[in-house]
Ligand binder design. Structure first.
Ligand code: ADP
Ligand code: MG
Length: 361
């Protein structure tokens, strides 16, 4: 991609022959909010550390505004990283922590003072300026870490699971604060998170990684609508995956599966093995068989989160399905374990995945 601010091209990192990151290509544009997701150990932190200059890639190139920065020092590239545990300097006051990057860059004292005051004020921590990190709460430490990273006015901020150490209330508040900061500053954020809901609430684009490789990059809604492969669909968790075989039936395209034959509107490039993907929110449950058939199933368990109920089902042959039922539509006792129900969905709500998927943008 041209005119990207940051560009990673086939970047890899190995430690003693062991791959930590195998192949990451990614373009980040000015002012974008990118969420980087994937299971533990898939290489998210290593990727951020390479961008920050704390690790040197074993292969591939990292470019900032077109300039190769693989071997630049962290302070020369100005891409600060906010750590999961904040990593504040323990024997420095809040003020000295925030001032640190400015001193390193030999900014003159009078300007440092102005900038530090500005950031302490902006992050609501001016009253804590004289404290040491151990005298702060988790949320306050997070603010100091952000102020320290932002004081040098970088164009790109890297965040490694910035919300993971906070309690649930604070998490929601800090999430909103990050979104506000991002909007006000107009700089790019690349933020590692474990939680799809966090990523989807904050990011313009989401990058999903597995085993050191990028699986898919896309806008949050696009990823849910169209996962590039079954790893992504399963990782996001909102979909049902039913293996089968696609064929033409008259003028209609259908997929034969262990739980029935279903129409699929999405055109398939060729007949053959494929996986039918149906969003859990697209499945309708009823206690009597719907006119278009429906799949007979029994309820195994449910998960209620206040706004909706996820009903887990088992169909003939052991195929599992899950359906999300809005709170208002829940019939009393209809979904107790063992209850018999019918699951149905419309032909246009299913999409297809093929057995040898290629990651797509
Ligand atoms: P994530 O942040 O996605 O959980 P990491 O980037 O921390 O994953 O780690 C990716 C893989 O690289 C893991 O298997 C991890 O054990 C390994 N790894 C990370 N850092 C080092 C290191 N300094 N030396 C050896 N192996 C490492
Ligand atoms: Mg990590």
């Amino acid at each position: 991609m041209t005119n990207a601010m940051l560009e990673l091209s086939a970047v890899g990192k190995s430690y003693d022959g062991q791959m930590a990151v195998e192949d990451v290509s990614l373009a980040v544009h000015k002012g974008e909010f990118i969420a980087l997701m994937g299971p533990s150990g898939c290489g998210k932190t290593t990727t951020l550390r390479m961008i920050a200059g704390l690790e040197t890639p074993t292969r591939g190139d990292i470019r900032l505004w077109g300039r190769r920065i693989n071997d630049d020092h962290p302070w020369a590239r100005d891409t600060p990283l906010v750590w999961q545990n904040y990593a504040l300097f323990p024997f420095m006051t809040v003020r000295d922590n925030v001032e640190f990057g400015l001193k390193q860059r030999s900014v003159e004292a009078a300007i440092r003072r102005i900038k530090v005051d500005e950031w302490l004020e902006r992050m609501g921590i001016a009253a804590l300026a004289g404290r040491l990190p151990h005298q702060l709460s988790g949320g306050q430490r997070q603010r100091v870490a952000l102020a320290r990273a932002l004081a040098t006015e970088p164009e790109l901020l890297l965040l490694d699971e910035p919300l993971s150490a906070l309690d649930p209330h604070l998490k929601v508040r800090m999430q909103a604060e990050l979104v506000r900061l991002h909007r006000e500053l107009g700089i790019a954020f690349v933020c590692v998170t474990h939680s799809p809901s966090e990523a989807f609430a904050m990011a313009d684009r989401v990058v999903i990684m597995n085993a050191g490789k990028v699986q898919q990059v896309g806008a949050p809604r696009a990823l849910y609508r169209r996962a590039a492969n079954s790893f992504v669909a399963e990782f996001l968790g909102g979909s049902n995956l039913v293996p089968g075989t696609v064929r033409q039936d008259g003028g209609r395209q259908v997929i034969d599966t262990a739980i029935g034959t279903f129409g699929v509107l999405e055109p398939a490039p060729s007949p053959g093995p494929a996986t039918l993907v149906i969003g859990a929110d697209k499945i309708v449950l009823s206690s009597i068989a719907p006119s278009n058939g429906g799949v007979a199933a029994s309820v195994t368990t449910t998960d209620f989160n206040g706004a909706s109920l996820t009903v887990f089902l088992e169909c003939a042959g052991g195929q599992e399905l899950k359906a999300v039922v809005a709170s208002g539509a829940i019939e009393a006792d209809a979904y107790t374990p063992g209850a018999r129900v019918f699951a149905s969905w419309s032909d246009d709500s299913g999409c297809l995945l093929y057995t040898s998927p290629s990651p797509r943008d």
